[in-house]
Design a protein around this ligand. Structure first.
Ligand code: SAM
Ligand code: SF4
Length: 339
């Protein structure tokens, strides 16, 4: 088994298929225009599958498709079907804002997509427009309906909690998830590229999230962990399970088995890493063996504990260094690395 410097295995790959998006969430892509990744540099589906094959051969058994908004990439179901055919891949999931899910859910299900995570920060259409700078709330709900109808189960609902914007909606979102059979997951606001409005005061900590849940639903018990997943899970008295991702105040780097590949084939060992490895050039010029050697060496040398290092700083971290133009380097952005 391939392990890194801290003996963490290579298990989990987040594959970003585009850096573009049809929303402009204020904590991720607050501006209208960005320096986009040049189109000729984007990996095509055949290249993504080849890359995924190499990672799976080295131990990855879970892949999550992400972005930007992955459903903007044409015929994503074709990529899903090809990835599902990879021997050794146990779990294929998608993170989406669901704006385009209504039309795509049946094809994604038919192609073998196993799990969905939908990002939704509010149940109020007006607030949705304030938070995302787009009027697409009804499309998201239609997307969730279509996903249910297409047979997806165990859907997760991701909510980034930001003080002053949506922290008052925690009980309502949890009730909505419970009613619809989804698992709500509340995420602490992270100081990552794109989060240009981030301040420590806007972070609603996991303790605050839990105390809101207790006030609305009564006692909660922690569910024992059995994997390296980022969410801590809790159970309400009626059995409803929900998650809290305390990535800002209680980082989980010690067990992190995730790495990320951007749509143009840059490999990052950590969400907070400032530098990545170009896998596109070796893949295009020398073939997958050359790429495989780079991945093997890169993972063996991996020391990253980005969220732990970030938590040790009082103010903004390196991805938000004062004076950095948020549009200047797409590789430093959350929208490019896939969250
Ligand atoms: N567009 C898709 C979506 O929103 O689900 C996939 C990409 S998005 C970058 C992946 C995840 O990152 C989303 O759940 C989003 O809420 C989360 N995210 C983006 N910026 C964040 C921030 N500053 N802090 C915490 N989570 C963030
Ligand atoms: Fe787009 Fe997702 Fe970022 Fe929102 S969080 S702007 S939906 S990539």
């Amino acid at each position: 088994m391939l392990v890194d410097h801290h003996r963490r295995p290579l298990r989990n790959l987040r594959l970003s298929v585009t850096d573009r998006c049809n929303l402009r969430c204020r904590y991720c892509m607050p501006e209208e225009m960005y320096a986009w990744l040049p189109r000729p540099q984007l990996l095509d589906y055949e290249e993504m599958v080849e890359l995924a094959r190499v990672f799976v051969g080295l131990g990855v058994n879970k892949i999550r498709l992400t972005g930007g908004e992955p459903l903007l990439r044409r015929d994503l179901h074709r990529l899903v079907a090809q990835l599902r055919a990879l021997d050794g891949l146990k779990d294929l999931a998608l993170t989406t804002n669901a704006v385009l899910l209504q039309e795509q859910a049946p094809a994604l299900a038919a192609a073998g997509l196993q799990r969905l995570t939908v990002s939704l920060d509010t149940l109020d259409a007006g607030r949705f427009e304030q938070l995302t700078q787009r009027d697409h709330f009804a499309a998201v709900i239609a997307g969730l309906d279509a996903a249910d109808a297409a047979g997806f189960t165990g859907t997760k609902l991701n909510t980034v909690v930001e003080r002053g914007r949506n922290e008052d909606e925690i009980p309502r979102l949890l009730a909505f998830a419970r009613e619809r059979g989804y698992q709500a997951r509340f995420i602490e606001y992270m100081d990552v590229g794109g989060a240009t409005g981030w301040t420590a005061q806007k972070v609603v900590s996991w303790q605050e999230i839990l105390s809101q849940v207790r006030a609305a639903f009564g006692e909660v018990e922690e569910v024992a962990r059995n994997d390296a997943a980022p969410a801590d899970r809790y159970r309400l008295a009626d059995g409803t399970v929900f998650g809290v991702i305390a990535s800002t105040t209680r980082p989980f780097c010690a067990t992190c088995d995730r790495s990320r590949v951007t749509a143009d084939g840059m490999w990052f060992h950590c969400l907070y890493a400032q530098n990545g490895t170009d896998l596109r050039t070796p893949l295009r010029q020398e073939g997958s063996e050359a790429m495989r050697a780079l991945v093997e060496q890169g993972w063996a040398a991996r020391q990253d504990q980005g969220a732990v290092e970030r938590a040790a700083l009082d103010e903004r971290g390196p991805l938000q260094a004062p004076g950095r133009d948020p549009g200047d380097n797409p590789h430093l952005e959350m929208r490019t690395r896939g969250g």
